[in-house]
Structures are given as structure tokens and as C-alpha cells.
Write a protein that binds this ligand. Structure first.
Ligand code: ZN
Length: 539
């Protein structure tokens, strides 16, 4: 999805025109088919090279590298540090566009100098670049960061910290609605809700293997000098749920156990990687773990696929791809266990009638997995849901059940999420719908605006009736012009605006303006109440 290069231009700030000139230069060089030549050097050679050039940035990078060989790439008269991975020569570059310029602190540290970061993208064909630029324009109109602000859903504060979303009342209402909806669906599907803390003992993550994956590059451990304990912010809910499972012994007859939690986890993402709600440092997963026997994997997979597709449908996502990732080269567990897990997953999706694509060798080291990818209104793909089979964690944390023959056996752990995280999913949903959420999910479904104070009582009465019917309704009794009020609420993408004046009071009716239409239609109150309930319920 593009490239960037950080440059120290001194006091100069780069202009639009200069970017166009750089693009021209790219294509100029491309035509000359300069070869990319990789070459290794020792740390000393590399340092000498950049000392001559007085490039303090490269020197710092090299000094921080672990000892060993350093690789350079030469191309025409330009040389750069490079890990490699190249087209053979510049002639392969056919289409390139510099997209934008931003400030970027050297090594992401705000105490360092700010450099100019130039972002760009390249495609093998001009046609593909043109299509991408069109998509970018369309995406800009739907940017959830702008929509979130306009619709008063969420905000970020530098004082609280980057990548840590703050939910405003309407955003919190939206999330609550989502949570209730999922809780309900999962309860019906046999899940039990559990709650675990936001931190855990470092030892737990060392044993589970999560420290190895998330520890060193993440938020630093919290030390408690008084008792010498060390805690980590929770990067994953899995080990916590495993400990919940272990709170009592289980018989094979009681499996599967399905534990669900809206678990908030923290991961340290580089500041340059942060993006609105879709890339954050603290987020809440709709996580669940199913503890079952190997023979139950198939049935549980099928049930989960059905649950996920039903839920996606309610959001209007019907175009879903399933990727099946099988055993990687480096893996835990013996081949017969992998055979059974892979067969179970495959048979489950086949029997349930889903199509899938093979993603060979991309499974987790602890087991095969399914990825669920949805396509949004402008054709972008987002991986949200996942189901992963895990033989390793139950063993590492010593989880067990008693089998039919009275033997102690390891359960298999299925890690699964439907939305992925509430933050990211809400971001995707806002962009997909250009901010116009489905009625059932809308934090405010109806706004009542009164023409004047003569209908104040009537307005309040209707609000009370609607609220009693569990509809989310607001009333706007400000002394503003009626058209001003209507415009404001339609900008906030409220599904229904009810206009009440003298005529409506006399007729015991409401005048309704539905989002997306400029028509205002008078309907008898009784009829409206009947219509609105079904219009605002989950389809
Ligand atoms: Zn998990």
C-alpha cells in the first residue's frame, strides 16, 4: 500500500510543484533502466561511508544495528542502506504517484528533529494507479476519522495519548448497542460471558508465549517494588480465559465450554502506524475461546461460521471470503493432530456450504486457522473475523478434562472473534455506510423538533412513548428556526426527524422526514409507532 522516505530538508518545506517534479524524475530514471545492485559491507565500512557523507541519521541507524554484515543497494549514482527485495532494474517502474507529505520525528521520538516524510505509491500499470487514485478519492469522502468527529462519536487527545480513542456519549451508545447485540447473539449460541483484568503477571505471558511475541516491543512492564511483582498490560485475552477454564475440573460430558469477553487489550503500535480507529494502541476485542475435544472441532467450526455470517448480514456485509491457512513449516504439535485439526476445519466449511481459498503454510505455529474477509461498499477488503485452532496453549498452561475412560486429556482451544475489535469494526462500518448507520444501530434513531412552544407538551409526550418502546429518541426544543434544526439533525445522519406543529397536534399525527429524502410526510401517530418499531429493529 505504498512507500515513504524521510528527508531532512533543513528549513525548506516542500511544495506540491516539487512533488510533481520528483515524480517526473522517477519516470525519467525508470526509462534509463538502472540496475539495483545489492552488496554487503562490514559495520566499519558502512560507518566510514556515511561519516564521509556526514549523514548523522544513517550513522545512528548503523550504530544501533546488531553486529554482522550490513547490506547496501546501489543504483546509478545513488546508494542506500537496504535489506533487499528488489525489481531487477528501474525500468520495471511504470506508474508512480507521490501522495502526500507529513512531518515525522526521527525514529518516532518527539524529542528528535522533525523530518519531512514523503508518501508515494507505484503500480505495474498506469491503469491500476488511476483506479487506485479514484478509490482513494472515494475513501476520503468516507474517512471515518472525519465522520467520527462530525457525528460526535469519538475523539483523540494528545494529553491522554496517541492511539487511545475516547468515546463520546453517542459513540458509547453505539458501542453499547453493538455489545448488547453481540452478547445476545452469543448467548443464544451457547457462550458464557466472562470478565478478566486489563493486566496480568508477566510470568503468565512468559509461559503462554505471548511475551515472546508482544513483550519486548510493547508497553514496558509495570513493576511493583514493594512486593517485587511484574505485570504487563494485557496483549491478549487467551491466557486469562485458560485460567478461567482451569478454575474447576471438567468432564468430557461438559465440553465444549465457550467463554466470551469484550476484552480490552493494549499493543504498542508505532506512532506512524496509528490511524483513527482502525489502528490503535488500546482496543476491545469481541474475543471468545472454546475449550473442546478434538472430535468437536468440526461441529464448533460450523457453528461459528454460521454465527459469523448471520451477524455480518445484519450489518449489511454479505460478500465474505474465507481463507484457510494450514500448517506452517515451523510448528508445534505432531502431524496426526494437525491432520485432524485441518480436516475438521475443512470439512466444517465444506459441509456448511462455504467457499474457501487455501492459504498454504500460513497457519499459526499452534494450529490452523480461518480468516474471514469482508468486502466493503467500495470494494476494499478487511479481515475481521478469525477462528484459530490451538493445541499449544492448553498444554503450556496445563488445562485438562477427564475423558470417557477416566484419563486426563488436553482440550483443544479455539480462539475466535467475529468483529475483531469494536474500534476497527466501527471504523469500517462508518466508512462502508458513509456514516449512515443501520437504523437498529444508530445511537439516536429519532429526533423530535417542535415548531414552537405550543406543541412542547405534545413533543414530550411522544418522546416518552418512543422511549418506553425502547427507541433511542431525542427532543430538540431550542428556539431555532425549524429548517435550521432539520438541517443540523440530517447532517448528524439521524434516521428519522419528526416535525411537530399545530396541525400535527390537532390531528394527533407526526410529520416524518426520513434520512436521505427531502420529503416530509404526515402520518397518524398510531401508524407511525407501528412502523417505526419494525423499521428500527434488527432485520
Ligand atoms: Zn485467543
Amino acid at each position: 500500500n505504498g512507500f515513504y522516505y524521510d528527508v531532512d530538508f533543513g528549513d525548506h518545506s516542500i511544495t506540491e510543484k516539487e512533488l510533481i517534479n520528483i515524480e517526473k524524475k522517477f519516470l525519467d530514471f525508470a526509462k534509463q533502466k538502472f540496475e539495483f545492485k545489492m552488496r554487503s559491507a562490514s559495520k566499519k565500512e558502512a560507518l566510514d561511508f556515511y561519516n564521509k557523507k556526514e549523514n548523522q541519521y544513517k550513522i545512528e541507524l548503523i550504530e544501533n544495528l546488531k553486529d554482522g554484515t550490513i547490506t547496501f543497494c546501489d543504483h546509478a549514482d545513488f546508494t542506500d542502506l537496504c535489506k533487499g527485495g528488489h525489481i531487477p532494474h528501474t525500468g520495471f517502474i511504470k506508474a508512480v504517484k507521490l501522495l502526500n507529505v507529513a512531518g515525522a520525528y526521527w525514529r518516532g521520538d518527539e524529542n528528535n528533529k522533525q523530518l519531512t516524510r514523503i508518501y508515494g505509491i507505484s503500480f505495474p500499470k498506469q491503469k491500476e494507479l488511476t483506479e487506485y487514485l479514484e478509490l482513494l478519492e472515494e475513501a476520503k469522502k468516507r474517512d471515518h476519522r472525519r465522520l467520527g468527529k462530525e457525528l460526535e462519536l469519538f475523539t483523540f487527545s494528545q494529553k491522554v495519548g496517541q492511539g487511545l480513542p475516547l468515546w463520546l456519549p453517542k459513540g458509547a451508545a453505539l458501542r453499547e448497542r453493538l455489545e448488547d447485540f453481540l452478547k445476545d447473539a452469543q448467548k443464544k449460541a451457547g457462550y458464557e460471558q466472562v470478565i478478566s483484568p486489563h493486566i496480568g503477571n508477566k510470568e503468565l505471558y512468559m509461559t503462554s508465549g505471548h511475551y515472546e511475541k508482544y513483550g519486548e516491543d510493547s508497553f514496558q512492564p509495570i513493576e511493583t517494588p514493594a512486593e517485587g511483582e511484574t505485570f504487563l498490560l494485557k496483549p491478549m485475552n487467551c491466557p486469562h480465559h485458560c485460567e478461567i477454564y482451569k478454575a474447576r475440573p471438567w468432564s468430557y460430558k461438559e465440553l465444549p465450554k465457550r467463554y466470551a469477553e469484550f476484552g480490552t487489550v493494549y499493543r504498542y503500535e508505532q506512532s506512524g502506524e496509528l490511524h483513527g480507529l482502525t489502528r490503535v494502541r488500546g482496543f476491545t476485542q469481541d474475543d471468545a475461546h472454546i475449550f473442546c475435544s478434538e472430535s468437536q472441532i468440526k461441529d464448533e467450526t460450523e457453528k461459528f461460521c454460521n454465527l459469523l455470517t448471520e451477524i455480518y448480514k445484519d450489518f449489511g456485509f454479505e460478500d465474505i471470503r474465507i481463507k484457510f491457512s494450514d500448517r506452517p513449516v515451523k510448528r508445534a504439535g505432531d502431524d496426526s493432530t494437525w491432520d485432524q485439526a485441518e480436516d475438521s476445519l475443512l470439512n466444517a466449511i465444506k459441509e456448511a456450504g462455504y467457499c474457501y481459498e487455501l492459504n498454504p503454510g500460513e497457519g499459526a505455529f499452534y494450529g490452523p486457522k480461518l480468516e474471514f474477509i469482508l468486502r466493503d461498499a467500495i470494494g476494499r477488503e478487511w479481515q475481521c473475523g478469525t477462528l484459530q485452532v490451538d493445541f499449544v496453549l492448553p498444554q503450556r498452561l496445563d488445562a485438562s478434562y477427564v475423558s470417557e475412560n477416566g484419563e486426563k486429556k488436553r482440550p483443544v482451544m479455539l480462539h475466535r472473534a467475529i468483529l475483531g475489535s469494536f474500534e476497527r469494526f466501527i471504523g469500517i462500518l462508518l466508512e462502508n455506510n458513509t456514516g449512515k448507520l443501520p437504523n437498529w444501530l444508530s445511537p439516536v434513531q429519532i429526533v423530535i423538533v417542535n415548531v414552537n412552544d405550543d406543541v412542547l407538551q405534545y413533543s414530550k409526550e411522544i418522546k416518552k412513548t418512543l422511549t418506553q418502546s425502547k427507541l433511542r429518541c431525542q427532543i430538540d426544543i431550542r428556539n431555532e428556526k425549524i429548517n435550521y434544526k432539520i438541517r443540523e439533525h440530517s447532517n448528524l445522519k439521524i434516521p428519522y426527524i419528526l416535525v411537530l406543529g399545530k396541525r400535527e397536534l390537532e390531528n394527533r399525527s407526526v410529520s416524518v422526514r426520513v434520512i436521505g429524502s427531502t420529503k416530509v410526510e404526515e402520518i397518524k401517530l398510531e401508524q407511525f409507532l407501528k412502523n417505526i418499531k419494525s423499521a428500527c429493529s434488527i432485520p
